[in-house]
Ligand binder design. Structure first.
Ligand code: DC
Length: 230
């Protein structure tokens, strides 16, 4: 059967990666989490002192971009790929609030986006891919056969992220997480470079009151119908 490209965009903590992983597994497709790539560049920038709560030195970050090597390595045990920065597994570190609170700033830098978008386009050349992010249907794969735009209320999303962080043992408050969700929504949708937008040909999917099983079944059926039509 002909393979398609599935682009999943939407606000932070809408469960994009959960549904993307499930769809990739069910269809035998590759899954790519582009947020992890922006997080990896952000971690590099924090470590080098290029960004912090109070300062930004984007010129130095841009100059250092050729030194940033990113790759996904499949972890057989976990059943998904993990993000590596210059050969170091940084999968855990990129999910901390310290990285979340800086990532939208870094993701707004044009040169960072150019580098990562080029990598993402190359990964999807053969189709048979599910990619999630903010600009997948609009910039990375404007011709994707199946585009989804995920939404849920900020409170629902903050609750999900808060629980995830607590489960991992992070010391955070709900208010901090909600503030981060709202601030990332704002920066991601109002930035000059490839803002998060609802493409005309994307289906909007609000999962505030939807369970994971129902969500998967709906999306899977949708994908199968599109694949059959190819
Ligand atoms: O999906 P996520 O929360 O891990 O993404 C982290 C940040 O990276 C998000 O706040 C915006 C940015 N991002 C982006 O600008 N474009 C993408 N394709 C993916 C993520």
């Amino acid at each position: 059967m002909k393979k398609i490209t599935i682009a999943i965009d939407g606000y932070s903590s809408t469960g994009k990666s959960t549904i993307a992983k499930q769809l990739a597994k069910a269809l035998g497709y590759v899954y790519v989490d582009t947020g992890a790539m922006y997080r990896a560049v952000t971690l590099y920038a924090i470590r080098k002192g290029f960004v912090s709560e109070t300062s930004e030195d984007f010129d130095s970050l841009i100059a250092a971009l050729p030194n940033i090597n990113l790759k996904f390595v499949h972890n057989e045990k976990l059943g998904f790929s993990e993000m590596y920065l210059n050969d170091e597994n940084i999968e855990k570190e990129i999910r901390t609030l310290a990285v979340s609170s800086q990532v939208s700033k870094v993701a707004a830098v044009k040169e960072v986006r150019t580098k990562l978008v080029e990598m993402q386009k190359a990964m999807g050349k053969e189709k048979g891919i599910v990619m999630d992010g903010r600009d997948i249907g609009s910039v990375v794969f404007p011709d994707a056969e199946f585009k989804v735009f995920m939404t849920a209320s900020p409170e629902t999303r903050a609750h999900r992220r808060y629980k995830e962080l607590l489960d991992r043992g992070d010391d955070v408050t709900f208010d901090e997480v909600l503030k981060n969700v709202r601030s990332r929504d704002h920066i991601d949708s109002t930035r000059k470079e490839s803002p998060l937008i609802l493409s005309k040909d994307a289906i909007e999917f609000d999962n505030s009151d939807m369970g994971l099983i129902e969500q998967f079944e709906r999306m899977h059926n949708y994908a199968l119908r599109i694949i059959e039509k190819q």
